[in-house]
Design a protein around this ligand. Structure first.
Ligand code: C5P
Length: 429
């Protein structure tokens, strides 16, 4: 097998010295390491020691004629299997997020079509600065991978906080994981593979959502019983959040309306937090119009009829009845809306038996265009788990998808939705 090559871009930070160890660990694993150093990196460690460890020349200057003639920045980035930026300084992250190309490191990063992993390292205040956080969110949206930073002591005295370069073994693991994931689907990203699959089967339309608004509901709802108690369910929000991120990757403007979950807000989209079904309906209605509405939230069907504003006290009774009343059905309300119905309405059906049969019923009663049906019987571990096995009910037609990760379900669903929308808009359907 061809030896894998890492292009390590060393930024100018105090943590640059750790790259020497990183290079040794990568070479121990049989990887070839080529390096680019920014001008300020050479103030912290010398190209001489870096070159001795890589057993290759070190590239520092964009306008070194020899470099351009012999190898050039395009070849430098294309010949690598993975680009790693460590330490990624605040300045380097800002340049990457802004698309600057004013030295060799930033030009190589702009010219590459290979995956990029960044390992940020900086002072905690610089890391927490809104500009850095904005840049990192932008880079994540662009598909750049991140390892660290860690929380800990800084080189500066008395400074503690997030901003330490991830430990070398952690960076090595992230590199190995990315290289391994490249081996699985040959030829490009999951989206490229999906696009190929979809366009080979028909009109050749691209699965792009540029210029579209996609609205996604996610997570459970909490229905209060009194100020301290509530009714909830086991939804983790993983599938809904993955769908929102997949829509974003296809270029859509995305609104994510989520119940209480322990997931971070995905960068690059608008997240609205709600607790109850009625708040969720209100947030969804306020976010319309949209082109695609995906209703992945596990909305509570009922809520306590009366919610006292003081905690309900035990009075020694052996039994207590909680009276419940029906919640609004968000999916059915939006799918039945005359003025603001999204062009494509997708609902979910989580069932523990007769999955497709119930989904077919839901398809009709809720007037959804598609229903994603999944079997959530406990032995499948779908609630809270990372995998899903679904059937896509599109009226009479049903597609049975193999078991795959929730990210893959999200990518495949959004690629199908994008293509469907493109077909409708072009008048093909
Ligand atoms: O709970 P049920 O199985 O009926 O959910 C099916 C679909 O309906 C899901 O897409 C869910 O998000 C949606 N739903 C809703 N509002 C409700 C109940 C369910 O939007 N009150």
């Amino acid at each position: 097998m061809k030896q894998k090559q890492i292009l390590l871009i060393i930024g100018g930070g105090i943590a640059a010295y750790k790259c020497l160890d990183l290079i040794r660990r990568l070479r121990e694993r049989g990887l070839a390491v080529r390096t680019v150093m920014t001008r300020s990196a050479t103030e912290f460690i010398t190209p001489l020691s870096v070159g001795a460890l890589t057993n290759d020349r070190v590239f520092t200057d964009l306008f070194d004629l020899n470099d351009e003639r012999e190898i050039g920045h395009i070849r430098l980035s294309r010949e690598a299997d993975l680009l790693v930026v460590a330490p990624a300084t605040a300045n380097l992250l800002a340049k990457m997020a802004g698309g600057h190309a004013d030295d060799l490191a930033s030009t190589v990063l702009m010219a590459t079509d290979k995956p990029v992993l960044v390992a940020p390292a900086m002072n905690p205040r610089m890391w927490l600065h809104p500009a850095t956080q904005r840049n990192v969110a932008r880079l994540e949206t662009d598909g750049v991978h991140l390892v660290g930073p860690e929380i800990g002591e800084m080189a500066e005295r008395d400074e503690v906080g997030p901003g330490r370069l991830a430990e070398v073994p952690e960076i090595v693991t992230a590199i190995e994981r990315l290289l391994a994931s490249q081996d699985t689907p040959p030829g490009g990203s999951r989206i490229d593979a999906l696009n190929k699959l979809l366009s080979s089967s028909g009109t050749g339309l691209e699965a792009s959502l540029a210029g579209r608004h996609v609205l996604v509901t996610s997570g459970p709802t909490h229905e209060p019983i009194d100020p301290v108690r509530y009714i909830a369910n086991r939804s983790s929000g993983k599938q809904g959040h993955a769908i929102a991120k997949a829509a974003l990757r296809l270029g859509a403007r995305v609104t994510l309306v989520t119940g209480p979950v322990s997931l971070p807000d995905p960068p690059g989209l608008t997240t609205i937090h709600v607790e109850t079904a009625r708040e969720m309906l209100d947030a969804v209605q306020k976010s319309l119009p949209c082109d695609i509405g995906i209703f992945a939230a596990a909305v509570a069907d009922w809520r306590p009829a009366a919610v006292p504003n003081k905690k309900i006290k035990k009075k020694g009774e052996a039994e207590r009845t909680l009276r419940l009343i029906e919640n609004p059905d968000i999916l059915a309300t939006i799918a039945g809306s005359k003025s603001k119905r999204p062009t494509l309405v997708v609902g979910f059906a989580a069932e523990t038996a007769n999955v497709v049969e119930y989904a077919r019923k839901k398809h009709k009663t809720k007037r959804a265009d598609w229903i994603v049906a999944n079997d959530v019987s406990t032995e499948n571990g779908i609630f809270g788990g990372d995998y899903n096995s679904v059937h896509l009910v599109m009226g009479k037609r049903v597609e049975d998808w193999p078991r795959m990760s929730k990210e893959e379900v999200a990518d495949r669903l959004m690629a199908s939705a994008a293509k469907h929308l493109a077909r409708i808009t072009s008048g093909a359907e």
